[in-house]
Structures are given as C-alpha cells and as structure tokens.
Write a protein that binds this ligand. Structure first.
Ligand code: HEM
Length: 181
C-alpha cells in the first residue's frame, strides 16, 4: 500500500494548481474575495469541530472568525456560502468519527503546510494559520494517520477542488456584474 502522501499526491497537485488558489498564493486576491474564501473555511471547520479533535490546539473556528471580524471591521461584508461548500459540510456531517479523521488530516495539515506560505500572501493578519503549539498539534494527527485513508482523503480533495472551482466562478461573475453596474 502506498504511503498516504503519495496516494493523494495527484489530487494535492490539482488542488494546489486551481486558479483561485494560485491567485491567493500570488497575493492577487482582493479582501472581498479572501473573505468569501474564509466564509467557506469557517463552514468546513465548524462542521469538523462539532467532534473532538486529536489536539485542542488544532481548533481553527475561533481564529477564522477573528480573521472574518477583521475584514468586517474594515467594511468588507459577505456571508455567502457556496453550494459546493454546503455539499462538503453535509458530507462531513454524515460521517462517523472514524471517517471524519481523514478530513481532519486533510484540512488541518493543509493549513500547517501550504498555509504557512499562504499566511504571507493573504490580505489579512492570517490568524487562521497561527497555532499555539504547531509541532504537538501536527504530531497528534500524525499519531492517528493511516495509509488506508487514501480513498477518503482523495474524496475530500474532490470536494475542496469543487469549492475552488466555484470560488473562481463566483469571483468572475462578481467582476462581470460590477462592470455592468
Ligand atoms: C498553494 C497551495 C498549496 C501549497 C503551496 C501546498 C504546499 C504543501 C507543502 C509544501 C506540503 C509539504 C509537503 C512535504 O512534506 O514535502 C504540503 C502538505 C500537505 N498539503 Fe498542501 N499545499 C497547498 C494546498 C493544499 C490544499 C488546498 C490542501 C487540502 C485542503 C492541502 C493539503 C495538504 C496535506 C494534507 C498535506 C500533508 C501531506 C503529508 O505530509 O502527509 N494542500 N502542502
């Protein structure tokens, strides 16, 4: 059996290269666009955090809310939740804890790895990417991680990829409608 990272590498590359993600990585997102992204992240982490996490320092919901509050206080507002996000949240809510764990690996390690570079690129303080004790929190996921999770992690990547697709479409539509107005 392939190690988990290798068995999910194709989908990771696809997610990494999604146009919305590339724009985020290149510091090209507007505050409104980043706020739209944070709204989706909040839904995902709220759904996961209904269950106990392997380590309390993993918890992200409050930090994401702080990032949202920061942008709200600067006059940026949007509560829009994409249908692809609702689909992922409904799926997460349907899982047993055993099947939720691969999604914990997916979403929290995303923030710990790629996220540390992303923190420098986003138009906010980036509390979402800040962990009190990142090594311990990371180790708590590593301690439970299994190569058998590959199918479930790949399924999670598919949901994330759909969210990136819809984020980009939504941003393009907003640009077009602001030009019409
Ligand atoms: C621009 C976007 C991204 C960049 C630059 C990036 C970069 C990275 C890097 C450098 C690593 C460490 C690889 C290593 O250990 O050699 C990593 C790991 C990881 N990334 Fe990403 N990533 C991005 C997006 C994502 C997304 C969107 C997800 C899923 C939501 C994700 C999930 C993961 C996971 C689960 C790991 C841990 C793999 C493991 O060591 O088991 N990444 N990423």
């Amino acid at each position: 059996m392939l190690p988990l990272k290798e068995a999910t590498a194709v989908k990771h590359k696809k997610a990494e290269r999604m146009p919305f993600n590339v724009r985020m990585f290149k510091s090209l997102l507007s505050k409104n666009e980043y706020l739209l992204y944070l709204n989706q992240q909040l839904q995902i982490f709220n759904a996961i955090e209904l269950s106990a996490l392997p380590h309390s320092d993993l918890e992200r919901s409050k930090n994401i809310q702080t990032d949202i509050d920061e942008l709200n206080s600067q006059g940026y507002h949007t509560n829009h939740i994409l249908s692809s996000t609702t689909a992922y949240v409904n799926y997460l809510n349907s899982l047993t804890y055993e099947h939720l764990l691969p999604h914990i690996y997916l979403n929290y390690l995303a923030i710990m790895f790629g996220g540390q570079v992303m923190k420098q690129a986003v138009p906010s303080t980036g509390r979402m990417y800040a962990f009190d004790n990142m090594q311990e929190a990371l180790q708590s996921v590593r301690n439970v991680q299994k190569d058998e999770w590959a199918d479930e992690v790949n399924k999670g990547f598919d949901f994330i990829i759909s969210i990136f697709e819809e984020l980009e479409t939504e941003c393009l539509n907003r640009q077009i409608s602001s030009q019409i107005v």
